[in-house]
Design a protein around this ligand. Sequence first.
Ligand code: AMP
Length: 248
Amino acid sequence: MKILVPVKRVVDYNVKIRVKPDGSGVDLANVKMSMNPFDEIAVEEALRLKEAGKATEVVVVTIGPAKADETLRTALAMGADRGILVKTDDTVEPLAVAKILAKIAAEEQPGLIVLGKQAIDDDSNQTGQMLAALLGWGQGTFASKVVVADGAVDVTREIDGGLQTVSLKLPAVVTTDLRLNEPRYASLPNIIKAKKKEVAVKAPSDYGVDIAPRLDVLKTAEPATRSAGVKVGSVAELVSKLKEAGVL
Ligand code: AMP
């Protein structure tokens, strides 16, 4: 069985986001970019399934600018077998990503597609769900455990107030939650080896997908700054201040 893992290049999770002065979006100039953390978890899970003999090949795919090749190389250094870069400098919304991934799935015929539950830049949490719908496959979202056996995948899902386990017939779509696993670091020799692994370069038009945005971003704003705190001298003063503020 082949596993397809879509990985997105996003602003590194340690970076403090700067909003562009005109509010049209986030400033990406000279900002450190990395693989979306949930996608690292997806790559790790695919590699573990391969190591356990449940899969034969792990193919990683990204849709983004030429520099997204670095994201693919990170996945290849972790151990993925080959990559597909669908190159575009345009903004690609989740629906367009899902449509391209559906076309790639038709070509590659994976038994499983493992995505992140959300990309930390747009926080959409849509692509995996849309992809499963376009393919007509079952979906197990927010996975904290994945077990593949006998043509099916059992996915334990993190839901409000507990866990739910669903069984999906393969092929299927799984999206990863934070507690699924701890991704490995790539070793230096593997980083060097990854430079030679195969990456096919494509364009959205190769898949006949119109990536024109369906959404207008009206405004992007920084979170409101917190006002300064006050130091109180005693418990009595604290209680009276809370009463004044209507908290008590
Ligand atoms: P989202 O629906 O945008 O929150 O993204 C959910 C998941 O879809 C991500 O964690 C990735 O696995 C995948 N994904 C989203 N955008 C892309 C992209 N441009 N290239 C590859 N995978 C993507």
